[in-house]
Design a binder for this molecule. Structure first.
Ligand code: PEP
Ligand code: MG
Length: 762
């Protein structure tokens, strides 16, 4: 599972080397003297133990400078004089990369920077490791020898372990003021803004709660390694038991259960636990050992772009936090219940299970230093309808627990300690939102009928069990798009047919007879399954995804269709295939469906009373086969998100291009008109389930063109219904038809003007 992490020897030789060194340092750490004196003693001890002629410690200072703080072997005058920028010289390279470097011929390395004041020109070999704390480099420790020495893995490991001790010494604050390492942007109590990436829209205000602040490690070197190993084993067992208990709780269902199952699997991972055990074996306390392995994980997370490995590493990060809680006996605020009434959670990264542990009524927003739109936590936050901003650099350095925060998902900004004026503006926006929600709540039982009496079907999009209560809350006409891949994405392994039956049956039960359109797995693209790592591709949006995978791996599709047929228990439902590029693909999928129906009949199982088959129109090639397509389907649904992406050759996830083209534009109207014309002629029901159906002004164009069925996220139903109930389609049709042939880049402003003139609520 964690092949991204380095292998370790089984014979424990690494542990022995580190243990010897730590044993010598233990007394030293406990002794008297200033921190500088202890540092001088530490470098002497390291040099002696590792048989090096030089040992030096560099400490990171403000402005990304590494300053020589102590040395044994280099000229003492260089101490506090020699300074390197991060990235400069071999020491700077170690700090910049966050990785150990071991060179038998250091001077021939292209990054070698000669500093005459140190007298280091006589030393040929060098081994250095970063001093890491909370995934941040706070210094470098290095040894040097005159000969061209090859340092062993055991020696590197020993130096890394000592670096843990140094990390705590530096973090103690007596060597450098910790504030030096904070970004210099003025007075820490002044309001300021941080920019990030919008992972879920909306706006929120609340007090900051730091998710799992780093624990303070009071003791790094263990007094009694055997006793420490026993403490660790107890904490591991407690953690595993706690996860098992969570799983037994009666209200754990749906994706929450799946996520916990994943954790349980990781909590037994031998590689991860093995590295922690080995660190304890080397002489660290259990807390320090977890912290060491956690530091490695964090650093790797920063360096790895592969979303699959990053997700796995973030699960391990989460587990490390749980293990530390069990060691210290301190439970996080999510569990202890000490939370402000309205709070914004700030985290480096977090797993979806952890998010679900917080009180949902009080949780108003989420700020992450990491995160991507497809990360599990973003998917779950979306379902909880809270704004999320990810990739906020330095959030944890600059935000303190209790700070007032504004999360503005629309501008992708976090405002720290906002001034009165901003607070008032946000309260006004929130008040207006609450007011609108009250108005929408009143619309709940009123029909989605235009002023001229046309009924529009409003369905909701769903994908998690968390979404289902919204069906009742919004009184939607049904589920127009159930994205079946979402539950697959928060699991650790492929769900069995039985598990899928349970899931789909729950959805149909919940729908209580309202129509449900299940879309078969739309994986690939940005929706990766942790257990299908081979899906990583150069150009995933146009890669092996959705129906392409389903046809290449028919057993996956067969199992899903089998589960759906079982789950229906004789009830009706619809199935829809995503990313169909040609009718032949659809027919292949239909053939697989026919085989599954045959199989069910052969086994005398009840088959669905009605099973409608549809295709998503989201790949432009299908536009050129519409008459043939309409002969083969019971319905079609326009996936405007992908259709626009491919129509304009514009990556839907690229923020730079987000506003480059407008869906409210003549080419889009022409394509939609074509789809409408053909479906009308063949009497095939058509709906729109992509993002275009969710914004009132865009939905206005759709109903003006003749789309009478829209499916959207639950929170869009109120606003779209308000628009529908204030619109007269008769003049709108002519107006929209007239916009088809203009040469404008966008017809949005013309529509806004039209809405204002006609009293349409947008
Ligand atoms: C779409 O592409 O418009 C769509 C509804 O599917 P998804 O957003 O899940 O790709
Ligand atoms: Mg799509």
């Amino acid at each position: 599972m964690d092949d991204a992490l380095p292998a370790r020897t089984e014979d424990g030789s690494h542990a022995r080397g580190a243990r010897r060194l730590l044993g010598r340092l233990r007394h030293l750490m406990a002794g008297s003297g200033t921190v500088q004196e202890r540092l001088d003693e530490i470098v002497r001890t390291i040099a002696a133990t590792l048989e090096a002629e030089v040992c030096s410690v560099y400490v990171r200072r403000a402005g990304d400078i590494l300053e020589l703080y102590a040395t044994f072997g280099l000229f003492p005058e260089a101490v506090h004089r020699t300074r390197l920028r991060i990235g400069e010289g071999l020491i700077g390279v170690i700090a910049a990369s966050g990785r150990a470097l071991s060179l038998s011929d250091a001077q021939s390395h292209p990054a070698f920077a000669y500093r005459p004041e140190t007298g280091e020109e006589v030393y040929q070999s060098l081994m250095g490791v970063p001093v890491l704390r909370s995934g941040q480099v706070s210094g470098v420790v290095a040894v040097q020898n005159r000969s061209q020495r090859t340092y062993t893995d055991e020696e590197i490991e020993a130096l890394e372990t000592v670096a843990m001790v140094l990390a705590e010494l530096i973090a103690g604050g007596s060597l450098v003021n910790p504030a030096e390492l904070h970004p210099t942007d003025g007075n820490a109590t002044l309001p300021h803004r941080l920019e990030g990436m919008r992972l879920a829209s909306g706006v929120a205000i609340g007090q900051a709660v730091l998710h799992k602040p780093d624990i303070v490690i009071r003791q790094v070197v263990a007094e009694d390694p055997e006793a420490e190993a026993a403490r660790l084993e107890t904490a591991i067992a407690d953690m595993q038991l706690a996860i098992d208990r969570l799983l037994e709780a009666p209200d754990i269902d749906g994706e929450h259960r799946d996520i916990l199952e994943t954790y349980r699997m990781f909590a037994e991972d031998r590689g991860w636990l093995g590295r922690i055990r080995e660190a304890v074996d080397s002489g660290l306390t259990a807390e320090a050992a977890v912290q060491k392995v956690r530091g490695d994980t964090r650093l790797r997370m920063k360096q790895i772009n592969d979303p699959y490995i990053r997700e796995r590493l973030s699960d391990l990060e989460d587990l490390a936090g749980r293990l530390q809680n069990h060691l210290s006996g301190d439970m996080p605020p999510s569990v202890s219940g000490e939370l402000p009434d309205e709070f914004v959670l700030v985290a480096r990264t977090m797993g979806p299970a952890e998010l679900l542990e917080y009180d949902r009524r009080r949780l108003k927003g989420l700020v992450l230093e990491e995160g991507s739109p497809s990360s599990h936590v973003a998917i779950v936050a979306h379902a909880l309808d809270i704004p999320v901003i990810g990739r906020v650099k330095g959030a944890l350095d600059q935000i303190q627990a209790g700070d007032l925060l504004v999360v503005d998902g629309d501008s992708a900004q976090v405002m720290i300690r906002p001034g009165e004026d901003i607070q008032q503006e946000i309260e006004r926006r929130l008040g207006a939102r609450r007011h609108r929600q009250e108005v929408y709540a009143k619309l709940r039982d009123l029909p989605a009928r235009t002023l001229d009496g046309t009924m529009i079907t409003l369905s909701m999009n769903a994908g998690l069990v968390l979404d289902l209560p919204e069906l009742e809350a919004t009184n939607a006409d049904g589920i127009g798009l159930y994205r079946t891949e979402l539950p697959f994405m928060v699991r650790s392994d492929f769900p069995s047919v039985t598990e899928q039956i349970g899931l789909y049956k729950g959805i149909l039960d919940h729908a209580g007879g309202k129509p449900v359109v299940f879309r078969t797995l739309d994986i690939g693209g940005d929706k990766l399954l942790p257990y299908l790592p081979e899906m990583q591709e150069e150009n995933p949006a146009m890669g092996w995804r959705a129906i392409r995978i389903a046809l290449d791996r028919p057993s996956m599709l067969r199992h899903q269709l089998r589960a759906l047929i079982h789950a229906a228990e004789g009830r009706s439902f619809s199935v829809m295939f995503p990313m169909v590029a040609e009718v032949a693909e659809l027919n292949q999928a239909k053939h697989i469906l026919a085989l599954e129906l045959q199989r069910a009949r052969r086994r005398d199982m009840v088959v669905p009373s009605e099973l409608k088959v549809g295709a998503m129109i989201e790949v432009p090639s299908l536009l050129f086969q519409l008459p043939t397509l309409c002969r083969e389907v019971d319905f079609v649904s326009v996936g405007s998100n992908d259709l626009m992406q491919f129509l304009f050759a514009r990556d839907r996830g690229n923020p730079r291009l987000a506003y480059r083209y407008d869906v409210l534009s003549p080419p889009v109207l022409a394509v939609l008109a074509e789809i409408l014309e053909m479906t009308r002629r063949t009497q095939v029901p058509v709906s729109v389930c992509g993002g275009m159906a969710a914004l009132p002004i865009e939905a206005l164009v759709l109903i003006g063109m003749g789309f009478h069925s829209l499916s959207m996220p639950p929170n869009a139903i109120g606003p779209v219904k308000a628009m529908i109930r204030s619109t007269d389609l008769r003049p709108l049709r002519h107006f929209v038809a007239g916009l088809r042939h203009v040469a404008d880049h966008s017809i949005r402003s013309k529509l806004q003007q039209y809405a204002r003139d006609h009293g349409i609520v947008l």
